[in-house]
Write a protein that binds this ligand. Structure first.
Ligand code: GAL
Length: 655
C-alpha cells in the first residue's frame, strides 16, 4: 500500500522542484507520475528533442528516493504534428473534424498518428527505459475521455471494412448475420460499407454494434503498440494505463490483458454529479460521493489487473469539470484512500500535487493550494501515509480481497442496449451498479468479473441484464454450483443482434427453461407493483413477460396483473423486470442466504470490506454508527463507534 502523486514539473519554475520533491517525500509519497501531457516541451518542433529539463526533473525526484511513473504524452499531440498530417484529428458523428486546442484530439485509426506515436514512445523508451528511478510506465492518458473512442474518419472507415472482412469472411455471411435484406440494405462487397452515420433514420443496429466493437478493438491495438515498444526498451517495469470511472465505451478487458496494472481515476464527487443519479441522491451524497461508486470501480479494476490495481488519480478536493463542484467533507480524502486499499489497491496517487493557476483546470484542487500551502487533501494524505505504516506494521502485507459473490460484467452489453434500446432509460451501467449496490448494502464482498472468468468458489453469481450469452456460459454457471440471478433482457439477443430463434433468454434456456414472449418498457414515473411474500416492491423501466411449460420452473412472485415477476429453476433465478433498490436487496438477501452466505442489512452509508484477515469499515453517512459484530475485535485504526466519514480497520471480529 503506497501513496503517489501526479506532478507537472513543466508547469512550475525549476526553482520549486527540489522543494516539491522533499515535501512529497516528507508527506509519505512514494511514487510520482509525470509527463503525460508534456509533448510540446519534449519536442517543441519536429525532431527538436529537449530532454534536458526532463532529465533534471526525474533526477530531482530520484534524489529524494521517489519512484517515477513515466507517461507517454500521446493524449496531447502538439500543434505542429496536427498541421503536418491531415488525418490525425478524429471525426465526430456529424462528420465534423475535431479541432486542436484541448486534448485527446487524435484518431485511433490514423496511420500517421500511429507512426508518430510509435516514434515518440520509442524515443522515451530509449531515453528513460532503463533509468533506475523509472519503475512504471503509463500509456497515454484516459483512453476515450471526452468521447474519443469512436471516429468516423476516412481512415476509420477503411480499417472498419478490413475488420468486417476478417470477422465475416464473405459479404454474404455479413448480410445474413446483420439481416440487411430488411429495407434493401444488402451489400455486394465490403467496400460498399460506410460508417453508420448520416442515415435518414436509425442506421442498422447490427452495423452500429459492429462499428463500436471495431472502435473498441482499435483502442486495444493502439495500446498494445505502446506496450510492446516500452517492454522492449524498459525491461521489468510495470505497464499501466489509467482508465476512467464507470466508462464503458470500449472493452477494457483486452486492453488490461496487455498491461501489468489496471489503474483508474477516481473522482467520486464529479462522478455523482455527472452520472445518472436522481437529484435527491445527488443532494444526499453531495460531499461524500455515493457509498458504492468508487468501490464499484475498485472491484471492477481489481478483476482485470494482473498485479494489484492502482488509483492513478484520486480526487483531492473540488474538481472543475462537473456542473457543480462541491468540496468534500473533511475526512473524505482519507476515507476514499482507505476504501481503495480495502478493495485491494496497491497504490493511491493523488491528482495533483498543486493546484495550477492557469488554463482549463485552474479551479481543480491539488494536495497543495496555488500559493503552495498544504491543502486539506494534503493533510489527509499525510495522515493516510502514517496509518499505512501502522496497518502494515500490525498486519504485514495484505492479500487481495476475494468475494463469495461475483457480478458478471460485459462492456458490449452497454453498447447493445444503447444502440437498440427499446426503452429510452435502459442504462446498463446504472442497472449493473444498482445490483452491485444492493449486494454491498447487505455487507457482501463482491468481485466484478468478465464473462470468461473462472467461476470456481463463488456461492452467488449475479448477472445484470446480459443480452448476449456466450455459448459456454450456461454450462459454466451450472457447474459453478452457485445460486445465479439474471436480470431482465438476459439472453435477449444473438451475437449479431437478432432475436434468438427460440425467443429470449435464448442460450440460457438450457439451464432456465422459460420464454420471454413479449417485453415492455415503462416511461419514468410508471411502475408496476410486485409482491413476494412479505417483500413488496415496484418494477420500473422495463418488464419481460415470461411463460414456461416446464414443471420445474417456480414463479415466486407475480405482478398485480398476473405476469410472473420472479422465477426460479433449481439454482437459476430470473428477475423479469428492473425492481426498486429495496426489493432487489430483499431478494438478493434471500438468494445469498440460500447460497450459505451471511447477508446483513448495513446501516445507511456504512460499508464493510474484508481484505487479508482485516475488516475495513467506512462511514459515508452524516451520523455516527456502531459497527455490527465488532465485539472483541482488535482495532488497528478507529474503534467500534464510527463517526461520520470515519474509517475503522480491525481484525478478529465475527465474520
Ligand atoms: C482526469 C484526467 C486528468 C485531469 C483530471 C481532472 O480525467 O486524467 O488529466 O484532467 O481528470 O479531474
Amino acid at each position: 500500500m503506497r501513496l503517489g502523486v501526479c506532478y507537472y514539473p513543466e508547469h512550475w519554475p525549476e526553482t520549486m522542484w527540489e522543494d516539491d520533491a522533499k515535501r512529497m517525500k516528507a508527506l509519505g509519497i512514494k511514487q510520482v507520475r509525470i509527463g503525460e501531457f508534456a509533448w510540446s516541451r519534449i519536442e517543441p518542433s519536429p525532431g527538436d528533442l529537449r530532454w534536458d529539463w526532463l532529465d533534471r526533473a526525474i533526477g530531482t525526484l530520484a534524489a529524494q528516493g521517489l519512484e517515477v511513473v513515466m507517461c507517454t504524452p500521446t493524449a496531447t499531440p502538439p500543434k505542429w504534428l496536427i498541421d503536418r498530417h491531415d488525418d490525425v484529428l478524429a471525426v465526430d458523428a456529424n462528420g465534423r473534424q475535431r479541432a486542436f486546442g484541448s486534448r485527446r484530439h487524435y484518431d485511433f485509426s490514423s496511420d500517421s498518428y500511429f507512426e508518430e506515436s510509435q516514434r515518440i514512445v520509442r524515443l522515451l523508451g530509449e531515453r528513460y527505459g532503463r533509468h533506475p528511478a523509472v519503475t512504471a510506465w503509463q500509456t497515454d492518458n484516459e483512453y476515450g475521455c471526452h468521447q474519443t473512442v469512436v471516429s468516423y474518419s476516412a481512415s476509420a472507415q477503411r480499417r472498419f471494412r478490413g475488420w468486417l472482412r476478417a470477422r465475416y469472411g464473405t459479404i454474404d455471411a455479413l448480410n445474413t448475420a446483420w439481416g440487411t435484406v430488411f429495407w434493401s440494405m444488402e451489400y455486394r462487397s465490403f467496400d460498399e460499407i460506410d460508417a453508420p452515420i448520416g442515415t435518414v433514420t436509425e442506421a442498422h443496429p447490427s452495423h452500429r454494434l459492429d462499428y463500436q466493437r471495431f472502435a473498441s478493438d482499435e483502442v486495444a491495438r493502439y495500446n498494445r503498440m505502446q506496450v510492446d515498444i516500452l517492454r522492449a526498451h524498459s525491461p521489468g517495469r510495470v505497464m499501466v494505463h489509467n482508465f476512467m470511472q464507470m466508462f464503458l465505451e470500449f472493452d477494457h478487458y483486452p486492453v488490461a490483458a496487455d498491461l501489468d496494472v489496471a489503474s483508474w481515476d477516481s473522482y467520486p464527487l464529479g462522478a455523482l454529479e455527472v452520472m445518472w443519479f436522481p437529484p435527491e441522491e445527488k443532494a444526499r451524497w453531495l460531499r461524500t460521493g455515493h457509498p458504492d461508486f468508487a468501490s464499484f470501480n475498485h472491484d471492477l479494476y481489481r478483476g482485470m489487473s494482473t498485479q494489484p490495481f492502482w488509483v492513478m488519480e484520486q480526487q483531492p478536493g473540488p474538481v472543475n469539470w462537473a456542473h457543480w463542484n462541491p468540496h468534500p467533507l473533511p475526512g473524505m480524502v482519507r476515507l476514499w484512500s482507505w476504501e481503495a486499499f480495502a478493495h485491494g489497491a496497491g497504490c493511491v496517487s493523488y491528482f495533483r500535487w498543486r493546484q495550477v493557476p492557469f488554463a482549463q483546470e485552474q479551479m481543480h484542487a491539488g494536495l497543495n493550494r496555488p500559493d503552495n500551502r498544504l491543502d486539506v487533501g494534503g493533510v489527509e494524505a499525510e495522515r493516510v501515509a502514517q496509518e499505512i505504516d501502522r496497518v502494515e506494521h500490525a498486519a504485514g502485507a495484505l492479500a487481495q480481497p476475494r468475494g463469495k459473490v461475483a457480478l458478471l460484467f460485459d462492456y458490449s452489453a452497454k453498447w447493445l442496449f444503447e444502440i437498440h434500446y427499446q426503452g429510452a432509460d435502459f442504462q446498463y451501467a446504472r442497472f449493473a451498479f444498482d445490483y452491485y449496490s444492493a449486494l454491498r448494502s447487505l455487507g457482501l464482498d463482491v468481485d466484478i468479473v468478465p464473462l470468461d472468468a473462472s467461476l470456481d468458489g463463488y456461492a452467488m453469481i449475479v448477472a445484470p441484464p446480459l443480452p448476449v450469452i456466450p455459448d459456454d456460459l450456461p454450462a459454466r454457471l451450472e457447474k459453478s454450483g452457485a445460486q445465479v440471478v439474471f436480470g431482465p433482457r438476459s439472453g435477449s439477443k444473438t451475437v449479431s443482434l437478432q432475436i434468438p430463434p427460440t425467443l429470449p433468454p435464448g442460450a440460457l434456456q438450457s439451464i432456465l427453461p422459460i420464454r420471454v414472449w413479449r417485453v415492455e418498457s415503462l416511461r419514468p414515473q410508471v411502475t408496476e407493483p410486485v409482491q413476494l411474500g412479505e417483500l413488496k416492491g415496484r418494477a420500473a423501466h422495463w418488464r419481460d413477460l415470461v411463460e414456461s411449460d416446464d414443471a420445474g420452473v417456480q414463479t415466486l412472485a407475480r405482478f398485480a396483473d398476473g405476469h410472473p415477476a420472479v422465477l426460479k429453476h433449481q439454482r437459476m433465478h430470473y428477475l423479469a423486470a428492473i425492481f426498486d433498490a429495496d426489493f432487489t436487496a430483499g431478494y438478493f438477501e434471500q438468494v445469498a442466504a440460500a447460497a450459505g452466505l451471511a447477508p446483513q442489512r448495513l446501516a445507511d452509508g456504512l460499508r464493510l470490506q474484508r481484505r487479508g484477515g482485516l475488516t475495513f469499515a467506512l462511514n459515508y453517512a452524516d451520523a455516527a454508527v456502531t459497527l455490527p459484530q465488532a465485539a472483541g475485535a482488535d482495532f488497528i485504526v478507529g474503534g467500534p463507534e464510527l463517526p461520520p466519514q470515519g474509517v475503522a480497520i480491525y481484525r478478529g471480529a465475527q465474520e
